[in-house]
Design a protein around this ligand. Structure first.
Ligand code: 1HN
Length: 335
């Protein structure tokens, strides 16, 4: 019997048994249209009451962190906890008097305060006060713990590069207590533009962990609008690059002129609305947003933002800097 007499079904079974698959049956190879993911919106008006349940159901002594993760509803595997491709975001709640014990992990994280004040995140021993709109970094492998000294619940947004670490096989976690803390310099040492400390000390990550909303807004107000938009990037003062290698943060202000621009990027982003109301058309989805709403901007979608009136601001965290360094960032404007 010649080989050609073997039935295709048998061949397919033999290939499968040998861990082979024909590329001509691939769902992704040689396709010229890029698969687009849809944007997802977490409206604060829906999320906030749902966080209440987590407040009485559990506490960080029991569960390490009182966190509700934000899941991209299109994730197929239950092991895929991503919010948008490369980023995992979550809401975290701490009640007055509570603390979340120290731990560290290889994943980099930012915290962005949505509601409340009086909490402190301690990063490698440095105390970072948390007020609404403050951005706090916990770079990978830095010890961090949260404590709440205020008298109302505090709620913040966590964004981590977990999906990338899962892909790279570099997820590491260690419980406290914190030990062998590295030497740190106070944020004040980096508080004057054009000057850096010239001391015997080095840091592989940003030496600043806290970026206040007040500083971000005054930086924003110093620059002109371009096409109805102005934005500032949160940077590592030592190298002027993004805050962390895989998390790149911006404060964006939109005015009415912004709606004239349609943009597209190979990067993924997650936006937390700081003030104002508006509408964003992201690919086929149009979402309306207001203060504390969080939405994703999955890569390769055309995006148009419209402000209802006056100005609107949102904090955007993306994988843009990583893609740029890999030579994979492509951005287009159609207007
Ligand atoms: C984590 O360690 C924290 O330390 C917050 O506050 C959110 C989400 C996924 C994995 C680890 C924290 C997290 C997290």
């Amino acid at each position: 019997m010649s080989d050609r007499a073997v039935s295709p079904v048998t061949v397919a079974e033999q290939w499968k048994a040998a861990n082979l698959a024909p590329l001509w049956d691939s769902m992704i190879a040689h396709k010229d249209d890029v698969a687009l993911k849809q944007a997802t919106l977490w409206p604060w008006a829906q999320v906030r009451p749902l966080l209440e349940h987590a407040m009485w159901m559990t506490n960080p002594d029991v569960v390490e962190r009182r966190v509700l993760s934000m899941r991209d509803p299109s994730n197929v595997s239950p092991l895929d906890e991503s919010t948008v491709n490369t980023l995992q975001a979550a809401f975290q709640v701490l009640l007055p008097g509570e603390s979340a014990r120290p731990h560290r992990h290889s994943m980099n994280a930012i915290r962005f305060v949505l509601e409340g004040e009086g909490a402190v995140t301690v990063v490698d021993g440095k105390r970072c006060p948390m007020q609404v709109g403050d951005l706090i970094l916990t770079p990978g492998w830095c010890w961090h713990e949260h404590e709440h000294l205020g008298d109302q619940p505090i709620i913040w947004l966590d964004v981590l590069d977990v999906p990338l670490h899962q892909y790279f096989g570099t997820v590491r976690f260690q419980r406290g207590p914190a030990k062998a803390l590295p030497a740190t310099l106070e944020d004040e040492a980096f508080g004057r533009a054009h000057f850096l400390p010239d001391v015997e000390w080095s840091s592989a990550h940003s030496p600043l962990f806290r970026y206040s909303m007040a500083d971000a807004v005054s930086a924003l107000q110093a620059i002109p609008y371009q096409h109805g938009i102005r934005r500032v990037r949160y940077v590592n003062p030592l190298d002027g690059r993004g805050v962390m290698p895989m998390l790149d943060c911006y404060l964006v202000e939109l005015t009415e002129g912004a709606e004239l621009r349609v943009t597209r990027s190979t990067s993924n982003a997650l936006c937390a609305v700081v003030e104002g109301t508006g509408t964003s058309t992201i690919g086929e989805r149009t979402i309306q947003w207001r203060k504390n709403d969080v939405f994703t901007v999955p890569q390769n979608n055309w995006v148009r933002h419209t402000v209802a009136s006056g100005i609107a601001r949102f904090m955007m965290v993306s994988d843009k800097d990583m893609l740029a360094r890999l030579g994979l960032l492509e951005e287009e404007t159609n207007s």
